[in-house]
Design a protein around this ligand. Structure first.
Ligand code: ZN
Length: 114
């Protein structure tokens, strides 16, 4: 997928906003989003902070590093850039997302946010 750097900034921007809103963070937005933070440094910043959204965004960063970012985890089709910009933590194409949330509903669980 093209534009990994731009996507990384989008993910980091969401992560920063979430951290600031829920936990407080000592870095500025610029330092966090535009700085060249390694995953290791990001993990240090995330230590003792955990919730579903952090997990989603952290796993998106991991997928970006290992090269699997932007493809549907179910059918391996490429996820459209607009969908990733809307929510950079997305892991599925629209079809799989629908199927999964239907399956989650039928099994009585709250619908998964993918
Ligand atoms: Zn799919």
């Amino acid at each position: 997928m093209e534009n990994m750097k731009a996507l990384r900034r989008v993910i980091l921007g969401r992560l920063f906003d979430h951290l600031r809103e829920h936990y407080g963070i000592e870095l500025t937005r610029e330092a966090f989003v535009d700085g060249d933070l390694s995953l290791r440094r990001i993990d240090e910043l995330l230590a003792f902070k955990s919730d579903l959204r952090i997990g989603e965004l952290r796993s998106a960063l991991g997928r970006l590093e290992d090269g699997t970012y932007g493809t549907c985890i179910v059918c391996k089709v490429r996820i459209q850039a607009e969908r990733l910009l809307d929510d950079p933590a997305r892991r599925c194409c629209p079809g799989c997302e629908k199927r999964l949330s239907r399956a989650a509903m039928h099994s009585g669980h709250a619908s998964l946010h993918l």
